[in-house]
Design a protein around this ligand. Structure first.
Ligand SMILES: Cc1ncc(COP(=O)(O)O)c(C=O)c1O
Length: 419
């Protein structure tokens, strides 16, 4: 497929008076940067490209997806409601209750669940919901791990906040160090994005970590957004979730257990259905009420056939178990080639490898040139803090989205090419 080219050409006349200058503070999106890095290079290897750059699972989604879409095709002619159907909210709520062992009835389906057309747009848009014009008399801060999912930064910057990049290195357990956050920063924090299991490092936050993050959100009055879109891709133990932790925290009578907390879940990874554009946000009913108002101005609701197909997918576990079996085989294939190299470790969840290859951009160029393998330089997922080198520069992100045999071949080629 030939991609659209919306790059701004040198010499193009662009009047600053008509543009949003905040957009200029963002770099190109990571995949645009990768396309630029590799453009003009024809791979030497006479093989089909192996795409390990995009987190787009390649197993087919289960048959119930197509079947349900077809059975609900009458819905294409209707404008869908922003809040989704009661059936969708019940399926998502029942799934959360089962998956995280929540007390039955604690999560109110009609107040605590909002469907979204993929979590990317919702994570971006959340910043418009959460960032006030000032906080503690200063420019609000939006905290995020470094490396991070690009829409967190996009949302923060477009909402007029200062994005603050928190080191999430091997030394910090690949998650931000909550003890390193100063009261000065927390007071002006409007929103904190956390990702567990993390993309790209795969670290899952512990219950104690999540409890502390929720406590900070309540103490300092900010929104804690926990991006759990990889929650269902794990090898051994299911990662704990933020709602599960919040349900066990002490609370005053009449308070919602979900105060200040929103979690994000998606079918893109769980059901290998990235093209369906289906996810939901759950948690604090007050925030979700305001989010729903914001979304009714900015977003169309989830199309009704997609709402129905998503409902069926959240109710089915068999295909998710089969998915995990496939990922276990991929990790075994990768591990056989990479164990003991490039700082390889088995992540707690997700399907990425975060490999220390010395120079991620150079490695990506060589893998494409010599092996027709596309992988993402870590530096495209990280920012440098002032005066410091880019912490992602030595890394390469590999998405184990192809089948196990191809993953094994690609990993063997990585070792052959990078040494
Ligand atoms: C960390 C993270 N969050 C959210 C998403 C968004 O997924 P979707 O918009 O398909 O729900 C992705 C997709 O790659 C991701 O990596």
């Amino acid at each position: 497929m030939v991609s659209a080219d919306f790059s701004v050409h040198p010499g193009a006349v662009f009047s600053e008076a008509i543009g949003n200058d905040r957009l200029d503070r963002l770099t190109d999106y990571p995949f645009t940067r990768l396309a630029n890095l590799l453009s003009g290079i024809t791979p030497r290897a006479n093989t089909a490209p192996i795409v390990l750059s995009v987190g787009e699972p390649q197993h087919p989604p289960p048959a119930i997806l197509d079947e349900t879409l077809r059975a609900n095709s009458a819905g294409w002619s209707k404008y869908p409601p922003v809040g989704g159907s009661p059936d969708f909210r019940a399926a998502a709520g029942d799934w959360l209750t089962r998956r995280y062992g929540l007390p039955i009835g604690l999560l109110q389906h009609d107040r605590s669940i909002l469907p979204v057309s993929g979590t990317r747009e919702a994570l971006f848009m959340l910043a418009l919901l959460a960032v006030p014009s000032s906080k503690a008399g200063r420019q609000p801060a939006v905290l995020m791990p470094n490396p991070f999912y690009a829409p967190y930064e996009g949302g923060a910057v477009l909402a007029g906040a200062e994005p603050v990049f928190l080191p999430a290195t091997r030394e910090t357990g690949f998650l931000p160090d909550l003890d390193a956050l100063t009261p000065e920063l927390l007071e002006r924090t409007a929103l904190f994005y956390l990702c567990t299991p993390a993309n790209p490092q795969g670290a899952a936050a512990s219950a104690a970590y999540l409890a502390r993050a929720i406590g900070l959100a309540r103490e300092y009055g900010f929104v804690l957004a926990v991006d759990e879109c990889y929650a269902e891709i794990y090898l051994d133990r299911p990662p704990v979730g933020a709602l599960q932790v919040a349900a066990g925290l002490p609370q005053a009578a009449g308070d919602t257990p979900w105060a200040n907390l929103l979690v994000f879940h998606s079918l893109s990874k769980r059901s290998s259905a990235a093209g369906l554009r289906s996810g939901f946000v759950a948690g604090d009913p007050v925030l979700l009420g305001r989010f729903s108002r914001l979304r009714s101005y900015a977003n169309a609701g989830m199309p009704l056939p997609i709402d129905a197909a998503s409902t069926a997918l959240w109710r089915d576990e068999a295909h998710v178990e089969e998915n995990r079996r496939l990922y276990r085989a991929k990790f075994a294939a990768a591990e056989a080639e990479l164990k003991g190299r490039y700082g390889y470790y088995r992540p707690d969840g997700g399907f990425f490898l975060w490999l220390d290859v010395g120079d991620g951009e150079e490695a990506a160029r060589r893998l494409w040139t010599e092996g027709a393998i596309r992988a993402l330089p870590g530096a495209y997922l990280t920012r440098s803090n002032p005066g410091e080198p880019n912490p992602g520069a030595p890394f390469l992100r590999i998405a184990l989205v192809q089948d196990a045999e191809l993953v094994g071949q690609a990993c063997a080629a990585i070792v052959r090419i990078l040494g």
